[in-house]
Design a protein around this ligand. Structure first.
Ligand SMILES: C[S@@+](CC[C@H](N)C(=O)[O-])C[C@H]1O[C@@H](n2cnc3c(N)ncnc32)[C@H](O)[C@@H]1O
Length: 268
């Protein structure tokens, strides 16, 4: 508890990210990982492996960009740093542990950024219930000719999570929050297609409620109706194991990986 408070107070973070709840969100992921370490292991390893495989498609290896690098639980950082001239880790908040880890690498750089590029406008709009919510049109790295690889790593479904919670606290109508969430997801998918280099998308797409017998009893779309380009791999992430929240139900995530999104994508 004291350590978490220390981390909350000392983690470098913009005022907007702190206010909207991104820092709290990330501290929450750290706690859940500690509690569910064994259950998450396979998902994290499969994510790393999907990235290693995707990198094989890169004919040049100058700059790699990791969107949603977070705690680096699912990022094969040592492999990326060995393969590329430069690795750029992008997150709205980089945890203290990541500042320390990256000191070991001379070619790894941290970029603290909101990849939707709407957070500042959102915080402003949330003050006035009559102000429209922003539209996302991210540009970060789109014009960087040195970028040979980009991965959006377990980020897509998280994009609306913190803002939607914040807007609900501000009593924004559900229909407006849902429209904003849909826009964030769609804009991120469009953004990935505009980025240079080989682009990989790894994301959970559904939340599954699973009974003690292992049957899926309910499914929830967590991408607000968006469909993905053709996936190259899929797996189940034991996100909340049995007996963690309930003795009756576990909650799993259906995860998809699209190895080289621009090659496979037609219209979606
Ligand atoms: C589920 S975690 C992804 C797992 C992460 N790769 C790890 O190993 O911890 C989602 C990450 O996305 C980041 N994130 C959420 N919204 C973001 C945004 N708008 N811009 C940049 N990063 C964001 C969070 O801070 C968090 O670190």
């Amino acid at each position: 508890m004291i350590l978490e408070l220390f981390e909350y107070l000392t983690t470098p973070c913009s005022w907007t990210a702190r206010k909207l709840g991104y820092l709290n969100g990330q501290l929450g992921i750290k706690v859940r990982h500690r509690q569910c370490r064994q259950a998450w292991k396979e998902h994290l390893e499969r994510t790393k492996q999907a990235i290693r495989t995707a990198v094989l498609d890169c004919s040049q290896r100058r700059k790699a960009v990791v969107l949603g690098s977070g705690l680096l639980l699912d990022v094969p950082l040592a492999d990326l740093a060995a393969s590329f001239d430069q690795v750029i880790l992008v997150d709205v908040v980089h945890p203290l542990s990541v500042y320390l880890t990256t000191l070991r690498y001379r070619n790894v750089k941290l970029v603290r950024a909101d990849v939707t590029e709407t957070a500042v406008e959102l915080a402003e709009a949330a003050k006035d219930p009559h102000k429209p919510l922003p539209h996302a049109e991210p540009q970060l790295f789109c014009d960087d000719p040195l970028v040979d690889y980009v991965v959006s790593v377990n980020l897509l479904s998280q994009l609306p999570y913190v803002p939607a919670y914040y807007l609900e606290k501000k009593s924004r109508p559900e229909s407006e929050v849902d429209a904003y969430a849909r826009d964030l997801i769609k804009s991120h998918l469009d953004y990935l297609k505009r980025l240079p280099g080989v682009v990989t998308l790894i994301t959970d797409v559904e939340k599954l409620k699973v009974n003690r017998a292992g049957d899926v009893v309910e499914q929830f779309d967590i991408l607000y109706g968006a469909s993905l380009p053709e996936k190259t791999e899929e797996w189940t992430w034991e996100h909340v194991p049995l007996n963690h929240l309930s003795p009756e139900f576990a909650y799993h995530r259906h995860v998809c990986a699209v190895q080289n999104l621009k090659v496979l994508s037609t219209e979606y």
